[in-house]
Ligand binder design. Structure first.
Ligand code: GCU
Length: 688
């Protein structure tokens, strides 16, 4: 329904404590503590209020900035001859004889180290793995760890207050203004600080008229948001319109090569830094889905990005420029034009021509945050450009926070994928082993909802995103353990053990299950264009202008992206993928329809035919939901105790909707392909 989208939810219910409940903090507040240093160490002091004070040489927990202490003796350490030096932005934890010392490279890092200690304390209780004495160091793998909010100030007539938002209204805006009370934003920043996120863009990349003015008369309000984020080490970014000089500036052009436009941006950036000294920078969606951009002036995206980057450079600001540029007025009759190619075709030739403070933000797949896509070849194509990977925490295409879909396994696959044959995607975007450092960003799934994320279990996606941006080698199940250990820190040991087992059985395989009942074998989309991409509509986009087709006919299905007979997209990949994806012999099953158009009788590596796979996996995935519901039912006795009643009620309501929707997906997909192919289901199930 659209009513929930168009109403402005102004009331902010008391937010659920998510992964920082009192119980998680209380578990460390029992220790005697000493906090040494200034700045964000005050945030640590606030977190530890109520804990008995100790001296730096004796306290059971010492949190310090490295500069605040000189020798091991200052901290009463006997086993170390010298204090370890944390890496930039990193921290070390020193454990000795029942004491823990958190040393941050700077105050922000000390705060993160403190939250790491809270986390490790909770996890030790869950898993029984108590950290051994010694020194452990941690530093962020990614230089930029950012969340993008697609929040509108003025409720958009079609998209609502948060574009692709499934968690109520905005935590930043209400009633057409920045909220007067930003305490919810502070709470959010606190949660993010405990994951490792360090940057937040506060408004939609589709910059509408009202939001464009955040850059001008809205600045005092942006400064208030920055004030709420700062105590937790989070920098504020604004999405800005490339057309701002015309929209806001009384100029008749936004041509990036016009001196007046260059001047306009320089002045605009300077004005921001006058009020927000540590402002992060701008995020820009240009020439994309109707947003203004440099193409209108015959300029390249390097010309466009660089003018904004130069305006930010004197202030150490960063320009994040999105690579999501394609023709959304495509003719479906034209089989040669391939949306998957577009980003590479536009950007790869520009490698080396961006200013040093430009970060090119590339969606993980060449299409659009689908449940399964190949990794975008653009990520490996621009060694002289800082590239950031863009993920979608908000579940636009993965069940819209109505379905359980724990995304960390999917992100781990993407992050560890050896895109250039050697280095993982995470290494490439971090600039490890060559190239320039970029980072990881994602569209946030948060709103003013009581549970922050609509589906309470979707909190784990937000948590996991921050943790994987900090350390992409973490295992998805371990990250889930962390989330469980913290979120349910108030449960007693036996209840916690049961919750752990149930949550793993509900969540570990949930992404694969979701893939199992939705669009098969990497074919993508098949979502409803008229219901905000929720639910199945196999041909919904087939004859549209959006470039997202599956080409199913009576003989076969899939997109031929080969060099031999198709759009040539496989040619954008470095080896081995250049050849692996080109050949049906080697293309992995889960991407076969992403790269090839095959007959329904094509036999997959798994040994089954494409059509039988479509029939089987949709049934299997729906049947698995029985187990999910049973598992949840098995902890019903914890409701009102370890499991808050409202949390349980929300999960149940969502599980019921997930089942309804999954059955709809299963039946429509199976029927569609049965009718197209005429091939009966070998196991004789009812196909309606
Ligand atoms: C998707 C999404 C849009 C969004 C766009 C983007 O197409 O449906 O709502 O604006 O991605 O990433 O810019």
């Amino acid at each position: 329904t659209t009513s929930s989208l168009t109403s402005t939810p102004t009331s902010t219910p008391t937010p659920h404590a998510a992964w920082l409940p009192d119980a998680a903090l209380d578990a460390v507040r029992t220790r005697s503590v000493a906090v040494l240093g200034h700045g964000l160490l005050d945030t640590v002091r606030a977190e530890l209020s109520g804990a008995p004070e100790g001296t730096s040489a004796r306290a059971e927990l010492v949190v310090a900035v490295r500069d605040a202490v000189a020798t091991p003796a200052d901290l009463g350490l006997t086993t170390l001859t010298a204090l370890p030096d944390p890496a930039p932005h990193g921290y070390v934890l020193v454990r000795e004889a029942g004491r823990t010392l958190v040393l941050g490279h700077d105050d922000v890092a000390a705060l993160r180290g403190f939250y790491a200690f809270v986390r490790e304390t909770a996890v030790a209780r869950l898993t029984g793995a108590v950290p051994a004495d010694g020194v452990t160091a941690s530093a962020p793998h990614q230089p930029l760890r950012m969340l993008d909010h697609w929040d509108n100030i003025a409720v958009h007539p079609v998209m609502g207050q948060i574009e692709r938002g499934y968690s109520g209204g905005s935590i930043f805006y209400a009633d057409g203004e920045v909220r007067a009370d930003l305490s919810r934003v502070s709470e959010y920043a606190r949660l993010l600080a405990a994951t490792g996120v360090d940057a937040v863009a506060i408004n939609n990349v589709n910059v509408h008229a009202r939001e464009a003015r955040l850059l001008t008369d809205g600045l005092p309000d942006v400064a208030r948001i920055a004030d709420a984020l700062r105590p937790y080490g989070i920098r504020t970014y604004l999405s800005v319109s490339f057309g701002s000089p015309v929209l806001l500036g009384d100029l008749d052009t936004s041509d990036p090569l016009e001196p007046a436009v260059e001047q306009w941006w320089a002045t605009a950036a300077a004005r921001v830094y006058d009020v927000i000294e540590d402002f992060g920078g701008f995020l820009v969606k240009a020439d994309s889905e109707g947003q203004p951009g440099p193409f209108a002036y015959g300029r390249t995206h390097a010309d466009g990005a660089n003018v904004l980057a130069r305006a930010l450079a004197p202030h150490d600001g960063t320009l994040i420029w999105r690579a999501f540029v394609y023709n959304h007025h495509q003719d479906w009759r034209d089989r040669r034009t391939d949306r998957a190619r577009a980003s590479f075709d536009h950007f790869a030739p520009l490698d080396g021509s961006f200013e040093p403070n430009v970060v090119l933000q590339v969606k993980h797949g060449p299409l659009d945050f689908q449940v399964r896509e190949a990794v975008s070849p653009v990520i490996a194509a621009m060694p002289r450009t800082r590239v950031a990977l863009e993920l979608q925490v908000t579940q636009e295409y993965t069940g819209q926070q109505k379905h359980v879909c724990y995304l960390a396994p999917w992100w781990s696959e993407i992050l560890s994928f050896p895109l250039d044959g050697e280095r993982s995607v995470a290494q490439i975007v971090a600039g490890e082993g060559g190239g320039r450092p970029g980072g990881i960003s994602a569209v946030s799934n948060v709103g003013s909802d009581e549970f922050w994320t609509g589906h309470p279990l979707a909190q784990a996606n937000l948590y996991a995103f921050g943790r994987l941006a900090w350390d992409p080698t973490l295992r998805a199940q371990d990250v889930l353990d962390e989330w469980i250990a913290l979120t349910f820190a108030g449960a007693d040991d036996a209840d916690l053990t049961r919750l752990r087992a149930v949550l793993h059985s509900v969540m570990d395989e949930s992404w694969r299950r979701y893939e199992g009942y939705t669009a098969p074998l990497g074919v993508c989309f098949m979502v409803s264009p008229t219901r905000q991409h929720y639910g199945p509509d196999v041909d919904g986009y087939e004859y549209s202008a959006w470039g997202t087709y599956h080409f199913a006919d009576r003989d076969g299905v899939g997109v031929d992206r080969t060099r031999a007979t198709g759009t040539g997209f496989t040619g954008q990949y470095p080896q081995p993928w250049h050849d692996v994806y080109e050949s049906l012999e080697t293309c992995p099953d889960e991407l076969v329809l992403f790269f090839h158009h095959v007959p329904y009788t094509h036999v997959l590596h798994s040994g089954t035919t494409v059509i039988q796979h479509i029939y089987d996996s949709r049934s299997d995935a729906v049947e698995e939901l029985d187990g999910v519901e049973e598992a949840w039912e098995s902890v019903a006795d914890l409701v009102g105790g370890a499991l808050p009643a409202s949390f349980d009620a929300r999960v149940r309501e969502r599980l019921a909707e997930q089942r309804r929707s999954a059955i709809e997906w299963r039946d429509q997909i199976r029927t569609y392909f049965f009718r197209k192919s005429g091939v009966p289901d070998a196991s004789g199930r009812t196909i309606y």
